[in-house]
Design a protein around this ligand. Structure first.
Ligand SMILES: [Zn+2]
Length: 234
């Protein structure tokens, strides 16, 4: 093995180590997502309870208006009844009064029901808000732990990147450029040995002449099949 190849493989080892640390960082995301999901379910609950409360409050306001309106109609009609002259007109006025009283009674009973229900709905909104606070409190330790892990992993990555920079300096610019280009394409590995005269990544066989050159000079070459860096592992 040439010093260049040794340096390149050391660099690849380091990059694989960094990928491994990166995986630990990626593993934090679903844990955060799980916490967010539970919290969102609770805040959705507050929204739903508040929406129901608002709509029932509107219904209460509507019924109050109707009750007031029909009470004043009732008063007017009662005053009118005192002034009717004929029996027929009196009968008609009484019938109308009865009708209004029935409507009013229904509305008053609806209003009472809505007012009772509002008490329960306000309690439900309070309970759903309390549930959000409880979940936030319950999650604060878990979130702090995740952030601590994230900070530790980031420090580990920074340390590993420093080591990587040192190792990269030992590789020639030309080879490093090719190597980095392959890594950018999200290939976990960029450097492969020849395996019985073929690329050990894609099995494309390397012409005999080129293979000999690689063996004799320790040259690192691109595989024409899959684009990885190849070396002869004599
Ligand atoms: Zn290949």
């Amino acid at each position: 093995m040439t010093p260049e190849l040794i340096a390149l493989l050391a660099l690849q080892d380091q990059d694989e180590a960094i990928d491994g640390i990166q995986t630990k960082l990626d593993a934090l995301a679903p844990r955060v997502a799980e916490l967010e999901k539970r919290l969102r379910q609770a805040t959705d609950g507050v929204e739903r309870a508040t929406a129901t409360l608002t709509s029932e409050e509107q219904r209460q306001a509507y019924l109050r208006e109707k009750v007031a309106e029909h009470k004043s109609v009732l008063e007017r009609n009662q005053a009118h009844l005192d002034q009717v002259k004929t029996m027929r007109a009196a009968t008609a006025a009484v019938t109308q009064l009865e009708q209004i009283r029935r409507v009013l009674a229904d509305e008053e009973s609806d209003l009472a029901a809505v007012t009772r229900k509002l008490g329960e709905l306000r309690a439900a909104v309070e309970a759903s808000r309390a549930a959000v606070f409880a979940i936030e409190a319950e999650q604060s330790d878990a979130r702090a732990a995740i952030e601590q892990e994230r900070a530790a992993i980031n420090a580990e990555i920074a340390e590993a990147q420093k080591e990587r920079a040192t190792r990269a300096q030992a590789v020639s610019k030309n080879v490093l450029l090719k190597y980095d280009k392959i890594r950018v394409k999200k290939r976990p590995r960029a450097v492969f040995p020849l395996n019985v005269g073929a690329c050990s990544a894609c099995d494309t066989s390397i012409p005999v002449q080129r293979r000999y050159t690689m063996q004799n000079t320790g040259a690192i070459e691109l595989c024409e099949g899959c684009g990885v860096l190849l070396y002869a592992s004599v």
